[in-house]
Design a protein around this ligand. Sequence first.
Ligand code: SF4
Length: 92
Amino acid sequence: MVCTTIKKGVDCFFMTNNGCQFNGGSCHTIVEQCIGCQKILDLPTGQYCQSFPDPAMRWRIGRCSMATHAKSTPSKVNGKLNPLKASKRRAG
Ligand code: SF4
């Protein structure tokens, strides 16, 4: 349903005839880690994410999976493999 609160005119899963059903009753603004992402909506009420109502939650356990500006870190660090994975590879 189309949002009638913060993201007016944007189709949103959380919007119902009874208003916004997202936790807290409205979207939350972007967080510092979001700066540079192409999914940011500049609205008169502030900067919000096109895809997620609570951007801070997307960054709580690591990189946001929909971020367009930040690349994921490779699993290999300094060219070394995870010793557990390496031993499994050798065994198999
Ligand atoms: S997609 Fe992720 S990084 Fe981009 S604005 Fe939304 S929450 Fe932030």
